[in-house]
Design a protein around this ligand. Sequence first.
Ligand code: ATP
Length: 315
Amino acid sequence: MTKSAVSEAVATDAGAPAVSCEDLVKSFGRVEAVRGVRFAVRPGETVAVLGPNGAGKSTTVHMMLGLFPPDAGSIELFGMAPEKAVRAGRVGAMLQEGQLVPRVTVGELVGFVAGTYGSQAPAVPHTLELAQIADLAGRRVDKLSGGQMQRVRFALALAGGARLVVLDEPTAALDVESRRQLWKAMRDYAAKGNTVVFTTHYLEEADDNADRIIVIAKGQVIADGPAEEIKKAAGGRTVAFRHEDQDPDELAALPGVNEVKVLHGRVVLTTTDSDATVAALAGAGLPMRDLEVAGADLEDAFVALTSASAEGGAG
Ligand SMILES: Nc1ncnc2c1ncn2[C@@H]1O[C@H](COP(=O)(O)OP(=O)(O)OP(=O)(O)O)[C@@H](O)[C@H]1O
């Protein structure tokens, strides 16, 4: 990178969102992969992009990194065009495809990539520490396990001194322990004030590791907010209790309730306002036993949001 690009990178950094996507559109032939995606990510946030197969997550991520241009809409990373931010070393990526160069050590490979960024790249030991793979420095890249390779890819994403990393399904095909190690490295990186955007099919991972979740379905953002908010938007909480001979219509009319299920004498209400539902139940003097109030899990939220968007004509 040239000196002027570095100073411009610093100068344009102040106050700009880490990611700003405005009305992105991308088609491949007749397939409308992305249809008006818009979101912003603040510096320091960790954001999960969640969606079913073919939702448009990878296409969005590739455009964010400047790998191909959108047909319409615009993207800025730290106030810069994506290619410029990537060249400046501000942004690193871990994509699904791409083999690591064989027959070199981890330290050599990270050093090679760091070298392409010039003098502003952090020292290799620092990057290895950040990715929590200092113990792998002398190991040959082609002798590593799948989980170790993913952490090396993470180190490569950080090799230019990135303040934003974009990870496309980083834990796909990893075992539980490898996932745990990779998430730990990413969370520690984020805790230093860096920004992380990742796509995932694992709803639990989004819930566990992201400050915010953006749900994409059929090329559009159908929900964007903290996991709690998304769960609430999709039907919120369940109120369950044991009760015989309850009239489902009467229960459906209670405040907040949008679904009533009765199974073997146990009633399960899905509600957007569990406080109001429970208060109304108590006020009605219904004899209830084993009352339970629980958050709907993210899986339910995701399915509900996806089907709601299809019914709403987004599909
Ligand atoms: N290079 C391409 N050529 C043709 N169609 C493509 C191309 N890339 C993506 N698509 C199509 O665009 C749509 C969105 O794909 P994309 O890979 O962005 O989805 P995704 O949400 O990342 O899915 P997954 O979770 O399965 O990776 C799909 O219908 C896909 O088949």
